[in-house]
Design a protein around this ligand. Structure first.
Ligand SMILES: Cc1cc2nc3c(=O)[nH]c(=O)nc-3n(C[C@H](O)[C@H](O)[C@H](O)COP(=O)(O)OP(=O)(O)OC[C@H]3O[C@@H](n4cnc5c(N)ncnc54)[C@H](O)[C@@H]3O)c2cc1C
Length: 467
């Protein structure tokens, strides 16, 4: 089946030039399968009689992945090892340059007949694309593979809430929910001999050789890579998924997929995941609908937000006026508890459930959605000002979650402060912004959650640290 035209944007419409290969800058979709940008590169290369090179740019110290630390880099390097193996099995070369993605693309692009980009919506990603478009004078194409419906196909405006985006997605998603066939590579890249600056075949050694923030350590709970991502999805659909519709809001029930780190690093395709969910033998229509609501509607609402609001990481721009005004009216309300960032990060509050959630996040890199809401609302309640709460929540989110620094991170943190929500009954500190209190903890077995977190964290802590 042809790749949907709505996924493809020609950024520089010139003929391919003489070159040794077609270059695909593999930056958002770190996978060798179900990757439309890669398949477009293969089609073009076959047409031109050339091999395909998948290039990747990686810098130490989080210079191009702000707030990234050893936890994120370990997962990313594990994923790149897997992607490289998958690419090489198909006859595609993988080359990693110790450079920003834009600089890597421009350097590798000198010998390329044309360049194919994938697509992400964060400001930093857009700045790479702009730099590439400025510096690369050959044919330049961008292919969307990170969402089901390309953001600008659904709407050009900032969506008000899930309820305004949902019908637009439901109207447009069917042609995009189609399987993607792997194209045969007609001209394998065996003779190119391009050298990588970092050897990802040993991710531990690669991580050890990099200069980066090691204060947040890699986790054993999640191993990076497309093989693991698809294995997890299959295991999930064979079991826990069958209760998703009814118990997805119960953190202790184990009904969530834990796919978010894999989606964040592009190690699994949201289209492939949605198709597998649709075809699952377990679960009923309500489980499928609930999962697709999260995977497509909620996730793509976040993409819409960061794409159409460049101020997504700043309180004054990310949070709607009504909510900022409501919170400002209550800025002087006394806070029953105040904690600074260090106390929060270390889980030293009076609330044992909150502390457990923070421990799960700090030690294992993950937290269930229901608790993320409670966790974030409490930071707002326990901070001297909403501005400070916003900054602290975002920093903790992006530092400790494996899926942090995602469109979902910025959007959901802003949700805590009123984005995509409506005014509720007025109360102290929050004004008319939605409040979550102890009742949130009564909706599930909170004691069972404490026990589960303890077991998960002990399993991490009792083993020697990973590099
Ligand atoms: C304060 C706060 C901070 C958050 N920070 C992040 C973050 O940094 N990165 C991140 O990916 N998600 C974030 N989320 C959204 C959500 O909590 C996670 O995506 C989800 O918990 C991931 O677990 P899962 O893959 O097991 O989810 P599942 O329940 O199995 O859902 C499947 C997929 O649907 C998507 N999804 C689920 N819930 C949401 C949601 N509320 N909004 C958007 N997409 C969703 C995710 O891609 C997820 O992987 C945050 C939510 C809140 C309230």
């Amino acid at each position: 089946m042809a790749i949907q035209a709505g996924r493809i944007r020609v950024l520089k419409d010139v003929e391919p030039r003489d070159g040794a290969y077609v270059l695909y800058l593999m930056q958002q979709g770190m996978r060798s399968r179900d990757n439309p940008a890669l398949e477009v590169a293969v089609e073009e290369a076959n047409r031109l009689g050339l091999p395909v090179v998948a290039g990747f740019g990686l810098l130490d110290g989080g210079a191009h992945f702000p707030e990234a630390n050893a936890r994120h880099y370990a997962f990313l390097l594990q994923g790149l090892r897997d992607a490289k193996a998958g690419l090489e099995r198909r006859g595609i070369a993988f080359v990693l340059r110790r450079a920003t993605p834009a600089k890597a693309a421009l350097a590798l692009g000198r010998k390329a007949a044309m360049l194919v980009l994938d697509r992400g919506y964060l400001t930093i990603q857009k700045s790479w694309y702009a730099e590439i478009a400025e510096g690369f004078d050959g044919r330049l194409i961008q292919v969307e593979g990170d969402v089901v419906v390309p953001v600008d196909v659904v709407t050009n405006k900032h969506e008000f809430a899930a309820r305004t985006l949902r019908p637009k997605l439901h109207r447009t998603w069917e042609p995009y929910l189609a399987p993607l066939r792997a194209r045969t590579v007609k001209h394998p890249a065996d003779d190119l001999h391009l050298k990588s600056d970092i050897d990802v075949s040993d991710p531990d050694a690669a991580l050890a050789a990099m200069t980066l923030d090691r204060s947040v350590t890699p986790v054993r709970r999640f191993h990076g890579g497309e093989t693991e991502a698809y294995r997890r999805l299959d295991a999930y659909l064979a079991g826990p998924f069958s209760d998703y519709g009814t118990v997805r809001n119960r953190p202790e029930a184990g009904a969530a997929s834990h796919l978010s780190p894999y989606l964040h690093f592009g190690q699994i395709s949201p289209v492939a995941a949605a198709l597998k969910v649709r075809a699952a033998k377990t679960g009923g229509p309500e489980d499928r609908a609930a999962f697709l609501e999260e995977l497509i509607v909620r996730r793509e609402l976040a993409m819409n937000h960061v794409h159409t609001n460049p101020g997504y990481d700043a309180y004054a721009q990310a949070v709607p006026d009504w909510a900022r005004n409501a919170l400002a009216e209550h800025a002087d309300d006394p806070r029953p508890h105040l904690y600074d960032e260090e106390a929060l990060a270390e889980g030293r509050t009076h609330d044992e459930y909150w502390n457990a959630a923070m421990r799960e996040m700090r030690v294992t890199g993950y937290m269930h959605n229901h608790l993320r809401m409670y966790w974030g609302k409490k930071i707002l309640e326990w901070s001297p000002s909403p501005e400070e709460a916003f900054a602290v929540t975002l920093r903790l989110n992006n530092r400790y979650f494996l899926d942090g620094r995602d469109a979902n991170s910025f959007t959901n943190v802003a949700w805590l402060f009123g984005l995509h929500d409506r005014p509720w009954g007025r109360r102290k500190v929050f004004g008319t912004v939605r409040y979550l209190g102890q009742n949130t903890l009564k909706k599930f077995d909170a004691k069972a959650y404490l026990k589960a977190v303890d077991e998960l964290c002990r399993a991490e802590e009792e083993q020697s640290p990973i590099t």
